[in-house]
Design a protein around this ligand. Structure first.
Ligand code: SF4
Ligand code: SF4
Ligand code: FES
Length: 567
């Protein structure tokens, strides 16, 4: 078994090709680093990861005389890594047979402190007004590995800030530690290469080429990648201190890639979305459509409360008034003409919501038809990196999908279970005028998707019930209009384009008078008790074989790939 020793602790690395930072991580030891990122090439420029390296052979340890950058030093069977934190090592692990003159960790610790002193020479130390404070690696490492006082007596470089490098990102030039992660991202992942390093030595600065601002669809990732507060998101700048926010694991709902995200919230408001690493979903990054696409949840024209149409007048109504009459109307229509009743379940619903609605409608009569809501598709899959002409270059490192919804595959699996086939919305949209009832359960963040699917020559059925986020041609013709919830406002499961099922918790409450789709389905079914997505998930797992994994008490953070039939 290939074994590496990290602060004396043996760790089996198997067949993996690792550097010292990664091997130490396997052993539970954190080696501080700035420029290293697993998705980018290694440049070993920041020198924060310096470690002592040696080899164990025949029971004897030979250490190299100088510290080495851990990110650039590969390990093999018998490698010995000693970090600056050696004194904090697990005392129950016996020390290796070092030379008696060797003091483990002393050189690495001194080198880390020296590196930080160098990085701070020109740093403005404006933590109190810096957006990154609280999640800044320069703060954290200075506290843990740095010196408490500066010996700098000369005046600092004060290059001007560059708010013009991008419409969405600003550069606080003097905070930059020149790790070049941002530059490498635009060269290696987006391929657009807008960022570069200008000048030399202490006068090095990040900049864009004249007339070529940082405007690619993945640009926001450089803010996440920046280990300090040099790159700031204009969308988030000065809106929140990070320690006030709660970080909730979420899944982006704006395309079928289904990126794993961090949803940063405070007092039921989303302030920021960041990519959450998930090799099974999208990797390390997310796109700007998703990153800045959360504002729809707080848009002023969002449907906020139930409305009922009486004649030409539309009036707001309370749930306790609306639900009984709505239920009675649907059930009367199903009794009279079950084949003429259609329930449209949108690909923005969670698996649990689609399952409960399908249970209700098929419970009225097996002849009620379940239809997949409009699936918005815009253009073609957008692949990165790109070359200078904007053509995708292999190997693909990130894809923004043309299918702009999160759960078509999950909803299709539910529909298939209940009626053996998936009926597309286009099949009923043209004949809607002849239906007894159409219940449209939407939740579309983008109302154009609904308008386009409905078309202009559309006629409303006898009874039209629409639940959605925004007013559309459908809501204008509906007898009952119900508010819907955004993905941040519910918990449930989305299945992405590749069949990866990701379960996520609720991050914020919906607007005051909106009710979750699960609650509405619960009410329609006449169920009593607390509405819990986890409990419904267990029902789904029992009823649909492909979802059997969802019964697990604690869903894996990275999600679970399902064996779903392609429909
Ligand atoms: S701006 Fe941030 S990511 Fe870019 S080189 Fe400077 S510190 Fe690194
Ligand atoms: S690629 Fe798709 S899922 Fe990922 S952030 Fe962008 S819109 Fe959201
Ligand atoms: S992380 Fe190794 S030198 Fe920067």
């Amino acid at each position: 078994m290939p074994t590496v020793y990290v602060n004396d602790k043996p760790v089996d690395i198997g067949t993996q090709r690792l550097n010292c930072v990664q091997a130490a991580e396997l052993a539970g030891v954190m080696v501080p680093h700035y420029c290293y990122h697993p998705a980018l090439t290694v440049v070993a420029s920041c020198r924060m990861c310096l470690v002592e390296v040696g080899e164990l052979k025949d029971g004897k340890v030979t250490m190299q005389p100088k510290v080495l950058p851990g990110c650039q030093t590969p390990v093999k069977d018998g490698s010995v890594i000693v970090t600056g934190d050696y004194v904090k090592k697990d005392k129950s692990v016996p020390a290796l047979a070092y030379d008696p003159a060797y003091k483990p960790g002393v050189r690495a610790k001194g080198a880390q402190a020296d590196t930080l002193e160098g990085l701070l020479l020109n740093h403005p130390l404006d933590c109190p007004v810096c957006d990154k404070a609280g999640e800044c690696k320069l703060q954290d490492y200075s506290y843990e590995f740095g010196r408490s006082e500066s010996r700098m007596v000369d005046s600092k470089n004060q290059p001007p800030n560059k708010p013009g490098i991008s419409s969405k990102i600003t550069l606080f030039t003097d905070r930059c530690i020149m790790c070049t992660r941002c530059v490498r991202f635009t060269r290696e992942i987006s391929g657009t290469a807008e960022l570069t390093v200008t000048n030399r030595g202490h006068h090095s600065e990040i900049d864009v080429f004249p007339g070529h601002p940082l405007e690619n669809k993945l640009a926001g990732n450089v803010v996440d990648l920046c280990p300090v507060g040099a790159l700031g998101s204009k969308d988030f700048l000065y809106t929140q201190r990070v320690w006030y926010m709660k970080d909730v694991d979420g899944v982006c709902s704006l395309c079928s890639t289904g990126c794993s995200i961090h949803v940063d919230v405070n007092k039921d408001r989303v302030y920021r979305l960041r990519a959450r690493e998930n090799p099974d979903a999208q990797g390390y990054f997310m796109c700007d459509d998703g990153r800045y696409g959360y504002h729809f949840a707080s848009a002023a024209d969002r449907i906020a409360r139930p409305q009922v149409k009486a004649g030409d007048a539309v009036k707001n109504a309370a749930w306790h008034e609306v639900l009984p009459t709505l239920k009675a109307d649907i059930e009367a229509a199903a009794k009279k003409d079950a084949k003429g009743v259609v329930a449209v379940l949108s690909p923005f619903l969670t698996v649990e919501e689609a399952f409960l609605f399908a249970t209700y409608f098929k419970g009225l009569s097996k002849d009620v038809r379940l239809v997949l809501g409009p699936v918005p598709v815009i253009g073609q899959d957008d692949k990165y990196p790109k070359d200078v002409k904007g053509n995708a270059v292999e190997p693909t490192k990130f894809t923004i999908r043309a299918e702009k919804c999160p759960n078509r595959r999950g909803v299709e699996a539910v529909l298939k279970q209940f009626q053996g086939s998936v009926i597309p919305f286009a099949d009923v949209a043209a004949k809607a005028g002849s239906l007894a009832a159409l219940v449209f359960v939407g939740g579309y963040p983008n109302k154009e998707a609904v308008e386009a699917a409905v078309g202009s020559g559309w006629t409303a059925p006898a009874l039209l019930v629409v639940q959605d986020l925004f007013p559309t041609a459908l809501t204008a013709a509906a007898k009952y209009v119900l508010p819907a919830t955004a993905s941040f406002e519910k918990d449930g499961t989305f299945v992405n384009h590749a069949g990866l099922a990701q379960t996520f918790p609720r991050a914020t409450l919906p607007p005051k008078e909106a009710r979750s789709e699960l609650q509405i389905a619960f009410d329609l079914l006449g169920r009593r008790g607390l509405v819990q997505a986890a409990a419904i998930r267990k029902e789904v797992a029992k009823a649909i074989a492909a979802f059997a994994h969802l019964a697990e008490e604690k869903a894996p953070k990275a999600g679970k790939r399902l064996e779903l039939q392609t429909i």
